[in-house]
Structure formats: structure tokens, C-alpha cells
Design a protein. Sequence first.
Length: 301
Amino acid sequence: MGRGLYRLVVIIVSWNVKDLLAACLASLPAGADGMLVHTVVVDNASTDGSAEVVRERFPSVELIECRENLGFARANNIALRKFANDTDYFLLLNPDTVISPGALREMVDFMDTHPEAGIAGAKVVKPDGTLDWPCKRSYITPSVLFYKALGLDRLFPRSPRFGRYQLTYLDPDETHEVDSVVGAFLMIRRQCVVAIGPLDESFFMYWEDMDWCYRAKSAGWKIFYVPATTIIHHKAQSTGKRSYQMIYCWYHLAWRVYQKCIAPNYSAGVNCLVWMGFHTMCVVSLIANFARSEKRVPGRR
């Protein structure tokens, strides 16, 4: 394999998470373990001093400051295009993560020894050590969505039939080929980006990772969940209120990724039922959110 200028370019899209961003950046040198890594922070017009923290405390990190909040996909694409010919791999990394020592090198070593891998994701754990289940997922097919809507994925998490939504039946400590990994930590081969193109910018936030993984698999690449690489994800833990816009956006874009990637394989009648299911679940979620009393801490995933 021809080597680029860098072994890895890490792209972190940040918006008003100054302290979490600083902790993430501080963890990267140990995660690289001496490997040549270039880190880029694309700041989506933060107002909390995030850009100043990067400039003052992390001078080796490249900072790209946006004049407005461009969203996750569009902001990542700025760096993907800028370094399109300069690296072997890209890593999309959330600013609310902490990288374990050696984690970046371990994942690059895995990709080097598995040339069929277009995309790989790490084992993502919450601060309490429990698994962040979305780090390995299957496609949201009608049957997967039906089982989830009925709660069968929670009742029978070890069932290969009912547990497919977040692949809860798979051993989280073993490497598996999967349909999708989460954008909080998503490593992609440069040749894969060339083959499938950048992220779909119509996804402002949420589901752009599954769309990318679907396109990669459709182009013949494999997607792997690699638990030898572990990161901590400080995602919002509160069960309190969320932004109503976030809830609507999640369901709206879930329908969009279904419509784009999955719907062509099913009849119009089935897709109509899925559409009704998404909108019903969205209304239920909005009502449940209204009944909660605490405001949820903002978080992308």
C-alpha cells in the first residue's frame, strides 16, 4: 500500500463543548503511540471559546473555523476534501470522546492487515464502563424497526432475530463484520472515500454514518467492529428533556436514510407502513419528552 503524507488524519467537528474537546485532544498523543497523525478541529461557530482553547493549548492541531454551524457531515467534508490525497486513513471522532492509549495505532494496524475493510469502528463505552450499544448496528430494515417498536430488542437482546437493531446478541469483546458503526469513532480508508464520495451533506446531524457505511458495503467494502480499540464516550446521560428539534431531526433523518438506502428493496405498501411507524414514534417521543422535567445536556449522539 502506498503511504500518504500522514498515516491518519483525525477530524473532530466541535460545537460548544470546550472542556470535552480539550480532554479529547489531550488523549490523542497517547492514542497515536508515536504514529504520524494529523489532527484537524472543524469548529462550527462555537461561542464558548472552543477555538481559543485549541489555538492556545494545542498549537499542533489544525483549526478550521466556520462562520456558521454547518452540521456534522458538511463540516467533516471540509477536512476530508482538504486531505484527500495526504493520508492513508481518516478518523471521524466526536469531541466528547477520550481515546485509550495506543487505540489509534491499534485501529490503523487492523486496517493495514485487513485490506478488505473500508470502515471500522471501536468498542465505545460510557464513563461508567457500560457498552454504548450504537457502536455496532445493522441496517434499519422493516423487520428490525418492527421488533424495536414492539420492544422485542430489549426483551430478547440475545436473539439473533430480535436483537439485530444494535446487534446485542454479538459478543462485544470479539471482532465482527457489521452493517454500520457509529460516527463518534469511524475510521475509513482513503481509497474507500475515493470510491464512495464524502458524507451526504443533506444529513445535518444523525444517520450520516449509516448512509456512509451502506454506500461502502454496496461498493464492495467490509465494515468491522473492532473491540481491541476502546474509547470512552461522554454522551448525554440524562433521561431528562431533550430539544424537540433534536427529536424531530432524529426521526426525520432516520426516515431519510431508510428511504435512500433501504426502501428500494421493499414494496410501496411496506414503505408506507414504515413511514407511518416513524411518524407515530416521533409523536410519542415528543409527548414523552414534554412530560419530563429536566433539560437534557446537549449532545450529538
